[in-house]
Design a protein around this ligand. Structure first.
Ligand code: NAD
Ligand code: IPM
Ligand code: MN
Length: 347
């Protein structure tokens, strides 16, 4: 029987329960489709940091490299460990080290979920650059306690990085409805974003079948609320994509529905699958986290592993549960009830 090695990193807060829910559903789907998932759990988290002084061991990246994929819950517990320490110690280095340059985040309404817009159907695929840009970590700070303190955060955009994410977006647009929205702020950011627009224009010549529109990030934010049905594939830089995908989550009914895949398209290292949301400290011990985003991310993992039938079965089970009104409103059902409804639909 075919078997895949999966690294599980539940992380912090609701990361644990939603990863557990996803893992149960994925295991059931795998059995149904005639393959198996072999999971190894890594307790890397803010707890781990408090015990060891690091978010993951020094050889953590090398350990993960041997897996077929990584399923992650959420990282961060800012009351105990500063976010800049926890995220730069675990999540962000994995994305970068494994060249997971395409962060794919689908936004659409599941059956039975109305969403705050009450606007009817939309189907947006946000593709976020995931390894450079505003998250490069370049910069510095003068700490001298005077009014002259300065902090610099430098965005780095390389031709290689910008070209590959836009090309990825063009290919997705070609496979979908043929429309690509490229998001910048080139009216204000005259170096990086003008460069991005130039690369977009040059690549567009290779994709005459794709209609390209350039949007500024501010206008795109408004468009996602006012006319989400007008959008197909949306490509944005690391930070802009981060913000737009919480907005995307909101219009699809909340963070509990927003899935994501950190993909290494060249398959030179494992890809990582995780919900868009974080550890949700405000609800972490209440048992009411919506596991659908994590389960959907798991379906994206099955698709990536080359198991499209099992992925489709998981998506159909999620949709069957939400169509019955299970998990469609925050707090209406418990994590375990939503998971049970998805499992029942899968059976
Ligand atoms: P968050 O996404 O954790 O929570 C934002 C709001 O959405 C909260 O009110 C929360 O209760 C709600 N929410 C999130 N997921 C939900 C779910 N599945 N079901 C129901 N409600 C849900 O964002 P935050 O509060 O800004 O961040 C908390 C911590 O998580 C921070 O440390 C942050 O840095 C980290 N974070 C990690 C990731 C990640 O690991 N990928 C992503 C985002 C934030
Ligand atoms: C996300 C998260 C992370 C990001 C944070 C926790 C660093 O918000 O995955 O969307 O900004 O990439
Ligand atoms: Mn985010």
């Amino acid at each position: 029987m075919k078997s895949y090695k999966i690294a599980l990193i539940p992380g912090d807060g609701i990361g644990g329960p939603v990863t557990e829910a996803a893992w149960e559903v994925l295991g059931r789907a795998a059995r149904g489709a005639g393959f198996s998932l072999e999971g190894t759990t890594f307790p890397w988290s803010c707890d781990f940091y408090e015990r060891t002084g690091t978010m993951m061991p020094a050889d953590g990246i090398e350990t993960l490299r041997g897996f077929d994929a990584i399923l992650l819950g959420a990282v961060g517990w800012p009351a105990r460990v500063p976010d800049a320490v926890s995220l730069h110690g675990l999540l962000l280095p994995i994305r970068k080290a494994f060249v997971q340059y395409a962060n794919i985040r689908p936004h659409r309404l599941l059956p039975g979920v109305e969403g705050p817009l009450r606007a009817g159907a939309f189907d947006i695929l946000c593709i976020r650059e995931n390894t450079e840009g505003e998250y490069s970590g370049a910069g510095g700070r003068v700490h001298n306690g005077t009014d002259d303190e300065v902090a610099v955060e430098t965005s780095i955009f390389t031709r290689k990085g910008v070209e590959r994410i836009l090309r990825f977006g063009f290919e997705e647009a070609r496979r979908r409805r043929g429309r690509l929205a490229s998001v910048t702020k080139s009216n204000a950011q005259k170096h990086s974003m003008v460069f991005w627009d130039e690369v977009t224009a040059r690549l567009a010549a290779d994709y005459p079948d794709v209609t390209v529109t350039n949007y500024h990030i501010d206008a795109m934010a408004a468009r996602m609320v006012m006319a989400p049905e007008s959008l197909d594939v949306v490509v944005a830089s690391n930070l802009f994509g981060d913000i737009l995908t919480d907005l995307g989550a909101a219009i699809q009914g909340g963070l509990g529905f927003a899935a994501s895949a950190n993909i290494n398209p060249d398959r030179t290292a494992p890809s990582m699958f995780e919900p868009v949301h974080g550890s949700a400290p405000d609800i972490a011990h209440l048992g009411i986290a919506n596991p659908i985003a994590a389960i959907w991310s798991g379906a994206m993992m099955l698709e990536h592993l080359g198991e499209p039938a099992a992925a489709a079965a998981v998506m159909a089970a999620i949709e069957a549960a939400t169509a019955r009104g299970i998990g469609t409103e925050p707090g209406k059902h418990r994590t375990t009830e939503i998971t049970a409804a998805v499992l029942a639909a899968l059976a």
